[in-house]
Unconditional design. Structure first.
Length: 242
């Protein structure tokens, strides 16, 4: 069983507008607690005993969150901006930050602005020789990375925001990685968006038939826009009443 989870939470969250002016979007309150609390709580309930979180924007506010909840979740913080500088950006950066810590073992990886069900997190606790990507069928796949799946559930490629319909199974940002993923850090180039993309690393690993796709069965909530706060509140209230 995997014990460690990586949570990427270095960004600001510009789509949250004024709400992320003085704090990272991950710490915007929902039902009296920071959104991030529910993310970490579900990881803990799913059996992950050690959580490494990558921070950057408003790190002093994150430090307070760590003071309040660090022991509860066996949490450790790594400051991406201190390690890589503030000019290097992208979804591959958190992996670069933990290469020397997790470079010999398998681990779960998620983004701190996404809430997954405990059940799905448990399903992704897979200690085998493959990496895994979580897929979700979506009505607007053109806004996401679309998963192209081959024989026996192996990932062929992730296509970012395709202009033409190629499928509606999208990438949700929940991954189980083997240590093999780290060997591709030096093989990716800066993307047209000016960022270092984790998807580029996954696509290289997929070419070696080392990545499989599993579909999410439970809830998946993206916490990116102000209207998402109400959605998460309703989800949590519904869970509480059941």
């Amino acid at each position: 069983m995997l014990k460690k989870a990586l949570v990427s939470a270095a960004g600001k969250g510009t789509r949250m507008l004024h709400l992320s002016k003085d704090k990272p979007k991950h710490l915007i309150e929902v039902n009296g607690r920071p959104f991030l609390y529910y993310v970490l709580s579900n990881l803990k309930q799913a059996g992950f005993e050690e959580i490494i979180m990558i921070v950057g924007y408003k790190k002093e506010v994150m430090a307070k969150f760590f003071k309040d909840f660090g022991k509860e979740f066996n949490l450790s913080l790594i400051n991406q901006f201190e390690l890589l500088g503030e000019d290097k950006y992208g979804t591959a950066c958190p992996l670069e930050c933990v290469k020397n810590i997790l470079g010999q073992e398998s681990f779960l990886s998620i983004y701190g602005d996404n809430l997954y069900s405990v059940e799905d997190l448990k399903v992704f606790n897979i200690d085998d020789q493959y990496s895994y990507v979580a897929g979700f069928y979506h009505e607007q796949p053109q806004n996401y990375g679309v998963l192209q799946v081959g024989h026996n559930g192996f990932l062929k490629k992730i296509v970012e925001k395709p202009k033409e319909f190629i499928g509606n199974l999208i990438n949700t940002g929940l991954y189980k990685f083997t240590a093999e993923i780290f060997q591709y850090l030096d093989q990716i180039n800066i993307s047209p968006r000016g960022e270092y993309e984790l998807v580029d690393m996954i696509n290289l690993l997929a070419q070696q038939k080392k990545v499989k796709v599993r579909e999410l069965k439970g809830a998946w909530l993206d916490f990116g826009k102000p209207e998402d706060i109400k959605k998460v509140e309703e989800y949590l209230d519904d869970k509480k009443s059941n």
